[in-house]
Design a protein around this ligand. Structure first.
Ligand code: FAD
Length: 477
Protein backbone atom coordinates (compact mmCIF):
# COMPACT_ATOMS: atom_id res chain seq x y z
CA UNK A 1 0.00 0.00 0.00
CA UNK A 2 1.09 3.56 -0.65
CA UNK A 3 1.08 6.55 1.70
CA UNK A 4 -0.75 9.62 0.45
CA UNK A 5 0.75 13.05 1.24
CA UNK A 6 -1.80 15.81 0.75
CA UNK A 7 -0.19 19.21 0.08
CA UNK A 8 -2.17 22.33 0.92
CA UNK A 9 -0.76 25.72 1.92
CA UNK A 10 2.51 23.96 2.73
CA UNK A 11 4.07 23.83 -0.72
CA UNK A 12 7.56 22.84 0.39
CA UNK A 13 9.73 19.78 0.96
CA UNK A 14 11.87 21.20 3.78
CA UNK A 15 10.41 21.39 7.27
CA UNK A 16 7.40 19.39 6.20
CA UNK A 17 6.51 17.03 9.09
CA UNK A 18 3.68 15.29 7.22
CA UNK A 19 6.01 14.47 4.34
CA UNK A 20 8.68 13.16 6.73
CA UNK A 21 6.22 10.94 8.55
CA UNK A 22 5.07 9.50 5.24
CA UNK A 23 8.67 8.90 4.13
CA UNK A 24 9.43 7.20 7.45
CA UNK A 25 6.46 4.88 7.00
CA UNK A 26 8.64 3.20 4.38
CA UNK A 27 5.78 2.94 1.92
CA UNK A 28 5.82 4.32 -1.63
CA UNK A 29 4.51 7.88 -1.72
CA UNK A 30 1.74 9.58 -3.60
CA UNK A 31 2.02 13.37 -3.36
CA UNK A 32 -1.17 15.21 -4.25
CA UNK A 33 -2.61 18.72 -4.44
CA UNK A 34 -6.36 19.21 -4.80
CA UNK A 35 -7.90 22.36 -6.19
CA UNK A 36 -11.32 22.34 -4.62
CA UNK A 37 -13.40 25.16 -6.14
CA UNK A 38 -16.20 24.73 -3.62
CA UNK A 39 -14.24 24.24 -0.43
CA UNK A 40 -16.01 26.79 1.72
CA UNK A 41 -13.74 26.02 4.64
CA UNK A 42 -10.68 26.45 2.50
CA UNK A 43 -11.95 29.74 1.10
CA UNK A 44 -10.95 30.05 -2.50
CA UNK A 45 -7.86 32.19 -3.03
CA UNK A 46 -8.13 35.44 -4.94
CA UNK A 47 -6.84 36.05 -8.43
CA UNK A 48 -3.33 37.23 -7.51
CA UNK A 49 -2.90 34.28 -5.15
CA UNK A 50 -3.92 31.90 -7.90
CA UNK A 51 -1.18 33.31 -10.11
CA UNK A 52 1.23 32.52 -7.30
CA UNK A 53 -0.25 29.06 -6.81
CA UNK A 54 0.37 28.20 -10.47
CA UNK A 55 4.08 28.93 -10.22
CA UNK A 56 4.41 27.42 -6.78
CA UNK A 57 2.86 24.13 -7.91
CA UNK A 58 5.15 24.08 -10.94
CA UNK A 59 8.17 24.54 -8.63
CA UNK A 60 6.98 21.90 -6.16
CA UNK A 61 6.29 19.45 -8.93
CA UNK A 62 9.85 19.92 -10.28
CA UNK A 63 11.42 19.37 -6.84
CA UNK A 64 9.38 16.22 -6.24
CA UNK A 65 10.30 14.88 -9.66
CA UNK A 66 14.01 15.52 -9.00
CA UNK A 67 13.66 13.23 -5.97
CA UNK A 68 12.03 10.43 -7.89
CA UNK A 69 8.39 11.20 -7.14
CA UNK A 70 5.38 12.78 -8.80
CA UNK A 71 2.94 15.51 -7.80
CA UNK A 72 -0.59 14.47 -8.70
CA UNK A 73 -3.01 17.33 -9.39
CA UNK A 74 -6.74 16.84 -9.01
CA UNK A 75 -9.61 19.26 -9.15
CA UNK A 76 -12.83 18.56 -7.28
CA UNK A 77 -14.36 18.01 -3.89
CA UNK A 78 -11.56 17.38 -1.38
CA UNK A 79 -13.09 14.40 0.40
CA UNK A 80 -14.13 12.64 -2.79
CA UNK A 81 -10.76 13.21 -4.41
CA UNK A 82 -8.82 11.96 -1.38
CA UNK A 83 -10.99 8.85 -1.17
CA UNK A 84 -10.61 8.28 -4.91
CA UNK A 85 -6.83 8.70 -4.74
CA UNK A 86 -6.61 6.28 -1.85
CA UNK A 87 -8.63 3.74 -3.82
CA UNK A 88 -6.50 4.17 -6.95
CA UNK A 89 -3.19 3.85 -5.12
CA UNK A 90 -4.09 1.42 -2.36
CA UNK A 91 -3.32 4.03 0.29
CA UNK A 92 -4.56 3.44 3.79
CA UNK A 93 -3.24 6.64 5.37
CA UNK A 94 -3.35 10.32 4.36
CA UNK A 95 -0.64 12.57 5.81
CA UNK A 96 -1.23 16.30 5.97
CA UNK A 97 -0.10 19.41 7.80
CA UNK A 98 -2.85 21.12 9.68
CA UNK A 99 -2.96 24.58 8.26
CA UNK A 100 -3.10 27.88 9.99
CA UNK A 101 -6.72 28.53 9.17
CA UNK A 102 -8.91 27.60 12.12
CA UNK A 103 -11.97 27.36 9.90
CA UNK A 104 -10.15 24.86 7.79
CA UNK A 105 -8.83 23.00 10.81
CA UNK A 106 -12.30 22.38 12.19
CA UNK A 107 -13.09 21.10 8.71
CA UNK A 108 -10.10 18.78 9.09
CA UNK A 109 -11.74 16.93 11.95
CA UNK A 110 -14.87 16.30 9.91
CA UNK A 111 -12.76 15.26 6.94
CA UNK A 112 -10.77 12.84 9.09
CA UNK A 113 -14.05 11.30 10.28
CA UNK A 114 -15.32 10.90 6.69
CA UNK A 115 -12.06 9.25 5.68
CA UNK A 116 -12.21 6.94 8.72
CA UNK A 117 -15.66 5.78 7.54
CA UNK A 118 -13.99 4.63 4.34
CA UNK A 119 -11.19 2.85 6.18
CA UNK A 120 -8.58 5.56 5.58
CA UNK A 121 -6.60 6.93 8.49
CA UNK A 122 -5.81 10.66 8.68
CA UNK A 123 -2.50 11.74 10.16
CA UNK A 124 -2.27 15.48 10.96
CA UNK A 125 0.86 17.44 11.83
CA UNK A 126 1.49 21.04 12.88
CA UNK A 127 3.94 23.39 11.20
CA UNK A 128 2.08 26.55 10.21
CA UNK A 129 2.89 28.75 13.21
CA UNK A 130 5.83 29.38 15.54
CA UNK A 131 3.83 28.53 18.64
CA UNK A 132 0.83 26.27 19.06
CA UNK A 133 -2.15 28.68 19.15
CA UNK A 134 -3.93 26.49 21.71
CA UNK A 135 -1.29 26.76 24.42
CA UNK A 136 -0.75 30.33 25.57
CA UNK A 137 -3.35 31.72 27.94
CA UNK A 138 -3.22 34.59 30.39
CA UNK A 139 -3.13 34.37 34.20
CA UNK A 140 -6.88 33.82 34.36
CA UNK A 141 -6.78 31.00 31.83
CA UNK A 142 -8.29 33.16 29.08
CA UNK A 143 -6.82 33.85 25.66
CA UNK A 144 -4.83 37.06 25.25
CA UNK A 145 -6.44 39.95 23.41
CA UNK A 146 -3.37 42.17 23.42
CA UNK A 147 -0.24 41.42 21.42
CA UNK A 148 2.57 42.37 23.82
CA UNK A 149 1.66 40.04 26.72
CA UNK A 150 0.85 37.30 24.18
CA UNK A 151 4.28 37.63 22.61
CA UNK A 152 6.04 37.79 25.97
CA UNK A 153 4.35 34.53 26.96
CA UNK A 154 5.50 32.97 23.68
CA UNK A 155 9.08 34.11 24.27
CA UNK A 156 9.05 32.59 27.75
CA UNK A 157 7.93 29.23 26.31
CA UNK A 158 10.37 26.68 24.84
CA UNK A 159 11.69 27.75 21.44
CA UNK A 160 9.99 26.35 18.35
CA UNK A 161 11.46 22.93 17.57
CA UNK A 162 14.21 22.67 14.98
CA UNK A 163 13.15 22.72 11.35
CA UNK A 164 13.40 19.47 9.36
CA UNK A 165 15.54 19.16 6.23
CA UNK A 166 14.02 18.18 2.89
CA UNK A 167 14.06 14.40 2.27
CA UNK A 168 16.67 13.38 -0.35
CA UNK A 169 14.43 10.80 -1.96
CA UNK A 170 10.71 10.48 -2.32
CA UNK A 171 10.61 6.77 -2.95
CA UNK A 172 8.72 4.78 -5.50
CA UNK A 173 5.72 6.97 -6.18
CA UNK A 174 2.87 5.05 -7.72
CA UNK A 175 1.89 6.54 -11.05
CA UNK A 176 -1.61 7.99 -10.96
CA UNK A 177 -3.46 10.13 -13.48
CA UNK A 178 -2.88 13.81 -12.89
CA UNK A 179 -4.47 16.94 -14.30
CA UNK A 180 -2.27 19.18 -16.37
CA UNK A 181 -1.41 22.36 -14.46
CA UNK A 182 -1.87 24.50 -17.58
CA UNK A 183 -5.45 23.27 -17.91
CA UNK A 184 -6.30 24.71 -14.51
CA UNK A 185 -5.89 28.23 -15.93
CA UNK A 186 -4.80 29.63 -12.60
CA UNK A 187 -3.13 32.60 -14.27
CA UNK A 188 -5.19 35.45 -15.66
CA UNK A 189 -5.67 35.10 -19.43
CA UNK A 190 -6.89 38.13 -21.32
CA UNK A 191 -5.98 40.67 -20.16
CA UNK A 192 -2.97 39.19 -18.39
CA UNK A 193 -2.77 41.86 -15.70
CA UNK A 194 -0.31 39.75 -13.68
CA UNK A 195 2.35 39.59 -16.40
CA UNK A 196 4.58 41.98 -14.45
CA UNK A 197 4.54 39.86 -11.27
CA UNK A 198 7.38 37.63 -12.48
CA UNK A 199 9.80 40.55 -12.38
CA UNK A 200 9.36 40.84 -8.63
CA UNK A 201 8.83 37.31 -7.47
CA UNK A 202 10.25 33.79 -7.58
CA UNK A 203 7.45 31.58 -6.26
CA UNK A 204 8.46 28.23 -4.76
CA UNK A 205 10.59 27.12 -1.84
CA UNK A 206 13.93 27.84 -3.53
CA UNK A 207 12.75 31.41 -4.09
CA UNK A 208 11.69 31.61 -0.44
CA UNK A 209 15.01 30.33 0.92
CA UNK A 210 16.98 32.62 -1.42
CA UNK A 211 14.90 35.59 -0.30
CA UNK A 212 15.57 34.81 3.34
CA UNK A 213 19.33 34.56 2.75
CA UNK A 214 19.40 37.83 0.84
CA UNK A 215 17.40 39.57 3.54
CA UNK A 216 19.72 38.37 6.29
CA UNK A 217 22.79 39.43 4.37
CA UNK A 218 21.56 42.84 3.26
CA UNK A 219 18.61 44.17 5.18
CA UNK A 220 18.17 42.62 8.62
CA UNK A 221 20.61 44.88 10.46
CA UNK A 222 18.73 48.05 9.46
CA UNK A 223 15.28 46.48 9.63
CA UNK A 224 13.98 48.38 12.71
CA UNK A 225 14.63 51.73 10.99
CA UNK A 226 14.03 50.94 7.35
CA UNK A 227 10.95 48.70 7.71
CA UNK A 228 8.72 51.77 7.81
CA UNK A 229 10.11 53.32 4.64
CA UNK A 230 8.26 52.38 1.46
CA UNK A 231 10.93 54.15 -0.60
CA UNK A 232 13.54 51.60 0.59
CA UNK A 233 13.70 47.82 0.17
CA UNK A 234 13.93 47.32 3.92
CA UNK A 235 11.63 44.34 4.55
CA UNK A 236 11.95 40.65 3.78
CA UNK A 237 9.11 40.24 1.24
CA UNK A 238 8.67 36.74 2.56
CA UNK A 239 4.91 37.19 3.01
CA UNK A 240 3.67 35.41 -0.15
CA UNK A 241 6.10 32.56 0.50
CA UNK A 242 4.72 32.28 4.03
CA UNK A 243 1.13 32.54 2.81
CA UNK A 244 1.62 29.48 0.59
CA UNK A 245 3.78 27.66 3.12
CA UNK A 246 6.84 27.62 0.86
CA UNK A 247 8.84 28.41 3.96
CA UNK A 248 7.83 27.69 7.54
CA UNK A 249 7.96 30.32 10.28
CA UNK A 250 10.20 28.09 12.36
CA UNK A 251 12.71 27.79 9.50
CA UNK A 252 12.83 31.59 9.52
CA UNK A 253 13.12 31.67 13.31
CA UNK A 254 16.09 29.29 13.44
CA UNK A 255 17.84 30.73 10.39
CA UNK A 256 17.70 34.22 11.93
CA UNK A 257 19.06 32.89 15.23
CA UNK A 258 21.84 30.88 13.53
CA UNK A 259 22.79 33.94 11.52
CA UNK A 260 23.42 35.80 14.77
CA UNK A 261 25.37 32.90 16.25
CA UNK A 262 27.56 32.58 13.17
CA UNK A 263 28.69 36.14 13.84
CA UNK A 264 26.16 37.87 11.64
CA UNK A 265 24.39 40.78 13.22
CA UNK A 266 21.35 40.15 15.36
CA UNK A 267 20.50 43.80 15.25
CA UNK A 268 17.01 43.80 13.89
CA UNK A 269 16.48 40.11 14.60
CA UNK A 270 14.19 40.57 17.55
CA UNK A 271 12.07 43.17 15.84
CA UNK A 272 11.82 41.01 12.75
CA UNK A 273 10.82 37.89 14.70
CA UNK A 274 8.21 39.90 16.59
CA UNK A 275 6.60 40.75 13.23
CA UNK A 276 6.33 37.02 12.63
CA UNK A 277 4.76 37.06 16.09
CA UNK A 278 1.99 39.31 14.71
CA UNK A 279 1.30 36.64 12.12
CA UNK A 280 1.02 34.04 14.88
CA UNK A 281 -1.22 36.42 16.84
CA UNK A 282 -3.68 36.79 13.95
CA UNK A 283 -3.98 33.01 13.75
CA UNK A 284 -4.20 32.75 17.53
CA UNK A 285 -7.10 35.23 17.62
CA UNK A 286 -8.99 33.30 14.97
CA UNK A 287 -8.31 30.06 16.82
CA UNK A 288 -9.78 31.36 20.07
CA UNK A 289 -12.42 33.84 18.93
CA UNK A 290 -13.41 32.59 15.47
CA UNK A 291 -12.68 34.17 12.12
CA UNK A 292 -12.23 37.95 12.16
CA UNK A 293 -13.35 38.04 8.54
CA UNK A 294 -17.04 38.20 9.13
CA UNK A 295 -17.72 39.99 12.40
CA UNK A 296 -16.34 43.00 14.23
CA UNK A 297 -14.08 41.73 16.99
CA UNK A 298 -15.35 44.69 19.04
CA UNK A 299 -19.12 44.36 18.65
CA UNK A 300 -19.62 48.08 19.38
CA UNK A 301 -18.69 48.56 15.73
CA UNK A 302 -21.85 46.72 14.68
CA UNK A 303 -23.50 50.12 15.22
CA UNK A 304 -21.06 52.03 13.01
CA UNK A 305 -22.78 54.14 10.32
CA UNK A 306 -20.78 53.11 7.26
CA UNK A 307 -21.36 55.19 4.16
CA UNK A 308 -22.25 53.85 0.74
CA UNK A 309 -19.50 55.29 -1.43
CA UNK A 310 -19.10 53.21 -4.60
CA UNK A 311 -17.32 56.01 -6.49
CA UNK A 312 -14.80 56.45 -3.67
CA UNK A 313 -14.21 52.70 -3.42
CA UNK A 314 -13.69 52.48 -7.16
CA UNK A 315 -11.21 55.40 -7.23
CA UNK A 316 -9.35 53.76 -4.35
CA UNK A 317 -9.09 50.41 -6.14
CA UNK A 318 -7.82 52.08 -9.30
CA UNK A 319 -5.27 54.29 -7.56
CA UNK A 320 -7.12 57.43 -8.70
CA UNK A 321 -8.08 59.11 -5.42
CA UNK A 322 -5.91 62.18 -5.98
CA UNK A 323 -4.06 61.49 -2.73
CA UNK A 324 -0.56 60.59 -3.97
CA UNK A 325 0.64 58.14 -1.30
CA UNK A 326 -2.70 56.30 -1.42
CA UNK A 327 -2.62 56.07 -5.22
CA UNK A 328 1.02 54.94 -5.17
CA UNK A 329 0.16 52.11 -2.78
CA UNK A 330 -2.90 50.96 -4.69
CA UNK A 331 -0.94 50.94 -7.96
CA UNK A 332 1.96 49.04 -6.38
CA UNK A 333 -0.61 46.47 -5.24
CA UNK A 334 -2.15 46.09 -8.68
CA UNK A 335 1.17 45.97 -10.52
CA UNK A 336 3.18 43.71 -8.20
CA UNK A 337 0.61 41.90 -6.01
CA UNK A 338 2.22 43.38 -2.89
CA UNK A 339 2.19 46.63 -0.95
CA UNK A 340 4.51 47.95 1.71
CA UNK A 341 3.14 47.56 5.25
CA UNK A 342 3.21 51.28 6.07
CA UNK A 343 1.27 52.03 2.91
CA UNK A 344 -1.21 49.21 3.61
CA UNK A 345 -2.00 51.05 6.84
CA UNK A 346 -2.31 54.41 5.08
CA UNK A 347 -4.50 53.15 2.21
CA UNK A 348 -6.72 51.12 4.55
CA UNK A 349 -7.14 54.04 6.93
CA UNK A 350 -8.02 56.39 4.07
CA UNK A 351 -10.70 54.04 2.74
CA UNK A 352 -12.23 53.33 6.14
CA UNK A 353 -12.01 56.75 7.70
CA UNK A 354 -11.85 59.47 5.06
CA UNK A 355 -14.15 57.64 2.63
CA UNK A 356 -16.31 55.96 5.30
CA UNK A 357 -16.28 52.59 3.48
CA UNK A 358 -16.71 49.37 5.51
CA UNK A 359 -13.41 47.61 6.23
CA UNK A 360 -14.88 44.44 4.72
CA UNK A 361 -14.87 45.99 1.22
CA UNK A 362 -11.21 46.91 1.50
CA UNK A 363 -10.36 43.50 2.92
CA UNK A 364 -12.06 41.79 -0.02
CA UNK A 365 -10.04 43.82 -2.55
CA UNK A 366 -6.79 42.95 -0.77
CA UNK A 367 -7.77 39.26 -0.67
CA UNK A 368 -8.24 39.34 -4.41
CA UNK A 369 -5.15 41.31 -5.39
CA UNK A 370 -2.42 40.45 -2.85
CA UNK A 371 -0.08 37.57 -3.67
CA UNK A 372 0.36 37.21 0.11
CA UNK A 373 -3.38 37.29 0.90
CA UNK A 374 -3.81 35.47 4.17
CA UNK A 375 -7.37 35.28 5.44
CA UNK A 376 -6.48 35.60 9.10
CA UNK A 377 -3.70 38.16 8.86
CA UNK A 378 -5.59 40.29 6.37
CA UNK A 379 -8.80 40.34 8.40
CA UNK A 380 -6.97 41.04 11.67
CA UNK A 381 -5.02 43.85 10.00
CA UNK A 382 -8.10 45.49 8.47
CA UNK A 383 -9.86 45.37 11.82
CA UNK A 384 -6.72 46.72 13.48
CA UNK A 385 -6.82 49.77 11.20
CA UNK A 386 -10.60 50.14 11.57
CA UNK A 387 -10.33 50.22 15.35
CA UNK A 388 -12.73 47.29 15.65
CA UNK A 389 -10.02 44.65 16.08
CA UNK A 390 -8.06 43.15 18.94
CA UNK A 391 -5.38 45.48 20.32
CA UNK A 392 -6.38 47.86 17.54
CA UNK A 393 -5.37 51.41 16.78
CA UNK A 394 -8.08 53.62 18.35
CA UNK A 395 -10.59 54.67 15.68
CA UNK A 396 -10.28 58.37 16.44
CA UNK A 397 -6.55 58.37 15.68
CA UNK A 398 -6.89 59.17 12.01
CA UNK A 399 -3.83 58.98 9.77
CA UNK A 400 -3.28 62.09 7.70
CA UNK A 401 -2.00 60.68 4.40
CA UNK A 402 -0.08 63.86 3.61
CA UNK A 403 1.91 63.93 6.85
CA UNK A 404 2.39 60.15 6.63
CA UNK A 405 3.80 60.61 3.14
CA UNK A 406 6.08 63.46 4.21
CA UNK A 407 7.40 61.43 7.10
CA UNK A 408 7.92 58.02 5.50
CA UNK A 409 8.59 59.02 1.88
CA UNK A 410 10.40 62.32 2.51
CA UNK A 411 11.83 62.75 -0.98
CA UNK A 412 8.69 61.50 -2.67
CA UNK A 413 10.62 58.69 -4.38
CA UNK A 414 7.96 56.07 -3.68
CA UNK A 415 5.26 58.30 -5.13
CA UNK A 416 7.39 59.10 -8.19
CA UNK A 417 7.85 55.41 -8.85
CA UNK A 418 4.14 54.57 -8.92
CA UNK A 419 2.57 57.90 -9.87
CA UNK A 420 4.80 59.18 -12.66
CA UNK A 421 2.30 61.98 -13.43
CA UNK A 422 3.74 63.75 -10.37
CA UNK A 423 7.48 63.48 -11.05
CA UNK A 424 7.57 67.21 -11.79
CA UNK A 425 7.02 67.89 -8.08
CA UNK A 426 9.83 67.05 -5.72
CA UNK A 427 10.30 66.55 -2.00
CA UNK A 428 7.32 67.07 0.25
CA UNK A 429 5.40 68.97 -2.43
CA UNK A 430 4.57 65.69 -4.15
CA UNK A 431 2.35 64.59 -1.26
CA UNK A 432 -0.18 67.45 -1.59
CA UNK A 433 -0.25 68.74 -5.18
CA UNK A 434 -3.57 70.58 -4.59
CA UNK A 435 -1.80 72.92 -2.15
CA UNK A 436 0.81 74.04 -4.70
CA UNK A 437 0.64 77.40 -6.46
CA UNK A 438 -0.71 77.33 -10.01
CA UNK A 439 2.61 78.36 -11.59
CA UNK A 440 4.46 75.53 -9.84
CA UNK A 441 1.90 72.99 -11.13
CA UNK A 442 2.12 74.40 -14.66
CA UNK A 443 5.92 74.19 -14.55
CA UNK A 444 5.60 70.58 -13.36
CA UNK A 445 3.25 69.75 -16.24
CA UNK A 446 0.41 68.94 -13.84
CA UNK A 447 -3.19 69.93 -14.33
CA UNK A 448 -5.34 68.65 -11.47
CA UNK A 449 -8.44 66.93 -12.75
CA UNK A 450 -6.73 66.41 -16.12
CA UNK A 451 -3.28 64.84 -15.81
CA UNK A 452 -3.87 63.70 -12.21
CA UNK A 453 -7.16 63.58 -10.23
CA UNK A 454 -8.16 66.25 -7.74
CA UNK A 455 -8.67 64.66 -4.28
CA UNK A 456 -11.87 62.56 -4.07
CA UNK A 457 -12.46 64.09 -0.69
CA UNK A 458 -11.20 67.08 1.18
CA UNK A 459 -9.02 65.62 3.95
CA UNK A 460 -10.36 67.91 6.63
CA UNK A 461 -14.00 67.20 5.76
CA UNK A 462 -13.31 63.45 5.53
CA UNK A 463 -11.71 63.51 8.95
CA UNK A 464 -14.63 65.41 10.51
CA UNK A 465 -17.15 63.03 8.96
CA UNK A 466 -15.19 60.10 10.39
CA UNK A 467 -15.18 61.58 13.88
CA UNK A 468 -18.93 62.32 13.65
CA UNK A 469 -19.60 58.75 12.56
CA UNK A 470 -17.61 57.50 15.54
CA UNK A 471 -19.72 59.63 17.89
CA UNK A 472 -22.90 58.28 16.28
CA UNK A 473 -21.69 54.73 16.88
CA UNK A 474 -20.93 55.47 20.51
CA UNK A 475 -24.35 57.05 21.02
CA UNK A 476 -26.08 54.02 19.44
CA UNK A 477 -24.01 51.31 21.16
P1 FAD B 1 8.39 41.85 6.94
O1 FAD B 1 8.38 43.18 7.57
O2 FAD B 1 9.66 41.37 6.37
O3 FAD B 1 7.83 40.83 8.03
C1 FAD B 1 8.12 39.43 8.00
C2 FAD B 1 6.85 38.63 8.11
O4 FAD B 1 6.18 38.93 9.34
C3 FAD B 1 5.84 38.94 7.03
O5 FAD B 1 6.12 38.23 5.86
C4 FAD B 1 4.54 38.52 7.69
O6 FAD B 1 4.36 37.13 7.64
C5 FAD B 1 4.78 38.92 9.14
N1 FAD B 1 4.22 40.25 9.38
C6 FAD B 1 4.85 41.44 9.19
N2 FAD B 1 4.04 42.46 9.55
C7 FAD B 1 2.90 41.91 9.98
C8 FAD B 1 1.68 42.44 10.49
N3 FAD B 1 1.49 43.76 10.65
N4 FAD B 1 0.69 41.58 10.83
C9 FAD B 1 0.87 40.25 10.70
N5 FAD B 1 2.00 39.69 10.22
C10 FAD B 1 3.00 40.50 9.87
N6 FAD B 1 0.21 40.28 5.69
C11 FAD B 1 0.02 39.11 5.07
O7 FAD B 1 0.90 38.25 5.12
N7 FAD B 1 -1.12 38.84 4.37
C12 FAD B 1 -2.13 39.75 4.27
O8 FAD B 1 -3.16 39.46 3.65
C13 FAD B 1 -1.95 41.02 4.91
N8 FAD B 1 -2.91 41.98 4.83
C14 FAD B 1 -2.71 43.20 5.46
C15 FAD B 1 -3.71 44.18 5.38
C16 FAD B 1 -3.54 45.41 6.00
C17 FAD B 1 -4.64 46.45 5.93
C18 FAD B 1 -2.36 45.67 6.72
C19 FAD B 1 -2.16 46.99 7.42
C20 FAD B 1 -1.37 44.70 6.82
C21 FAD B 1 -1.53 43.45 6.20
N9 FAD B 1 -0.54 42.45 6.27
C22 FAD B 1 -0.74 41.25 5.63
C23 FAD B 1 0.63 42.60 7.18
C24 FAD B 1 1.91 43.19 6.54
O9 FAD B 1 1.61 44.35 5.83
C25 FAD B 1 2.61 42.20 5.62
O10 FAD B 1 2.79 40.95 6.27
C26 FAD B 1 3.99 42.72 5.21
O11 FAD B 1 3.89 43.96 4.57
C27 FAD B 1 4.64 41.72 4.28
O12 FAD B 1 5.87 42.17 3.81
P2 FAD B 1 7.23 41.51 4.30
O13 FAD B 1 7.15 40.03 4.14
O14 FAD B 1 8.32 42.21 3.60
O15 FAD B 1 7.22 41.87 5.85
Amino acid sequence: AAALVWFRRDLRLHDNPALWAAVRSGRPLVCAFIDDPDAVAQLAPGRASRWWLHHSLAALSRSIRQRGGQLVLRRGDTTSELVRLCGETGSSEVFWNRGDNPTRDSGDTALAARLADRGVKARGFASGTLFNPATHLNGSGKPYRVFTPFWKACLRAPEPSAALPAPDRLPGAAVTASDNLEDWSLRPQAPDWASGFSQDWEPGEDGALNRLEAFLANELADYPQSRDRPDEDGTSRLSPHLAWGEISPRTIWHTVRDHAERGGSFQGGEKFLSELGWRDFAIYLAHHFGSLRDENFNRQFDHFPWRSNPAGLDAWKRGQTGIPIVDAGMRQLWTTGWMHNRVRMITASFLIKHLGVHWRDGMAWFEDTLVDADLNVNAASWQWVAGSGADAAPYFRIFNPVTQGERFDPQGLYVHRWVPELTGLSGKAVHAPWTRPANELIAAGISLGQTYPAPVTDLKTGREQALDAYQTMKARA
